[in-house]
Design a protein around this ligand. Structure first.
Ligand SMILES: Cc1cc2nc3c(=O)[nH]c(=O)nc-3n(C[C@H](O)[C@H](O)[C@H](O)COP(=O)(O)OP(=O)(O)OC[C@H]3O[C@@H](n4cnc5c(N)ncnc54)[C@H](O)[C@@H]3O)c2cc1C
Length: 312
């Protein structure tokens, strides 16, 4: 049964898997649809819009209930046991098809099935089939929701950097950019077969960096420092220096830094960097400490932390 609550300024609704496509060894593309998405939308471009998927607990397979959800839905949801409430994970709207009750949200999920701790998101993605049901939290048209971080100054040259978890966001941004946009995107993926053909403006270069067995983040780090003219710069980030909640944007600072005040100006370079928190921390150090990037023109986001499950 699909339940949508009209009382909420966001969508908290059950959806159905309407398509599943294995894009490559690492990525599964899932289409999510249902009448509960009829009011889905944001005012203006959705850029790197994030949403939450509430995935069933792997042992029970139960789907969390959205019945009667009101402003206190989060507290009510959190109080349930994991078996009952499932697991909330953050993903990016890779694309949107259709409209009204035929709206389909497209999400690209990374499969990371190695190691002792395989998360419910990756596990769900590995078996997702048409007809499966989950719950999404997503923006309702006409209401503020947040979750869009991409905010370059007018005419800024773009530096977009991400590992596989940020590939959906960077590709979504590339496809929405105006034709006269300029810049470079660096995307690290596990293997060459993960490289995607993405639509982009002629002035934006896309550099794919398959790891092919090299340590996580090394190809990205080396390519970005070379691009910034500080080739050879190394950074040693110790585990206790990494903020697992790393989120430093012009609008929010997880470390409590002062946020920039006022207009972001025009031109210059805008850097959007997302991925594993330690890797992002290292790159942040170069951009902010060594190169003195303007705080108003950078977004550094820890999309995941090695060895640490997302809180749900
Ligand atoms: C704003 C935002 C947007 C995001 N968009 C996407 C997206 O579109 N697609 C996507 O796939 N992910 C995306 N992510 C990342 C995703 O939320 C995390 O990777 C999340 O940890 C996956 O949940 P899980 O249940 O699979 O693993 P968890 O239960 O959170 O973690 C279990 C274990 O898996 C490890 N792990 C988590 N992710 C990875 C990974 N990618 N590779 C290797 N090990 C990993 C953890 O370190 C932990 O040891 C996004 C994150 C944010 C904050």
């Amino acid at each position: 049964m699909t339940v949508t609550t009209s009382a909420l300024p966001l969508l908290f609704t059950e959806v159905e898997v309407v398509s599943v496509e294995r894009l490559s060894p690492t990525f599964v593309r899932v289409g999510l649809g249902g009448p509960g998405l009829a009011d889905f939308g944001v005012d203006g471009p959705r850029w790197d819009q994030r949403i939450k998927l509430v995935l069933p607990d792997p042992t029970t397979g139960a789907i969390t209930s959205t019945e009667g959800a009101d402003e206190s839905w989060f507290a009510t949801w959190s109080e349930r046991s994991a078996a009952e409430r499932g697991h909330m994970r953050t993903y990016t709207v890779r694309d949107v098809h259709g409209s009204g009750e035929d709206t389909v949200i497209v999400v690209d999920l990374v499969l990371h099935l190695e190691g002792d701790l395989v998360g419910p998101g990756s596990l769900w993605a590995s078996t997702a089939s048409v007809g499966d049901r989950i719950v999404v939290l997503a923006p309702r048209r006409g209401f503020p929701y947040g979750g869009i971080e991409f905010a370059p100054a007018l005419g800024a040259d773009l530096l977009l950097v991400g590992d596989e978890t940020a590939v959906p966001a960077v590709c979504a941004v590339l496809e929405q950019l105006p034709d006269d946009a300029t810049g470079t995107a660096f995307l690290e993926v596990p293997v060459t077969a993960d490289v995607q053909d993405v639509r982009r403006p002629a002035g934006v270069d896309v550099v794919w960096l398959p790891r092919e067995g090299r340590p996580l983040g090394v190809p990205l780090h080396d390519a970005v420092v070379a691009h910034l003219g500080i080739a050879g710069a190394s950074v040693d980030v110790s585990p206790d220096e990494v903020d697992p909640d790393l989120w430093e944007t012009p609008f929010y600072s997880s470390s409590g830094e002062d946020l920039p005040v006022g207009a972001t100006g025009v031109g210059g370079t805008y850097a959007w960097i997302a991925g594993e928190s330690k890797v992002v921390t290292g790159l942040r150090r170069h951009l902010v400490n060594e190169l003195g990037f303007d705080r108003a023109q950078v977004a550094f986001m820890g999309y995941w932390r090695r060895g640490v499950a997302m809180r749900s």
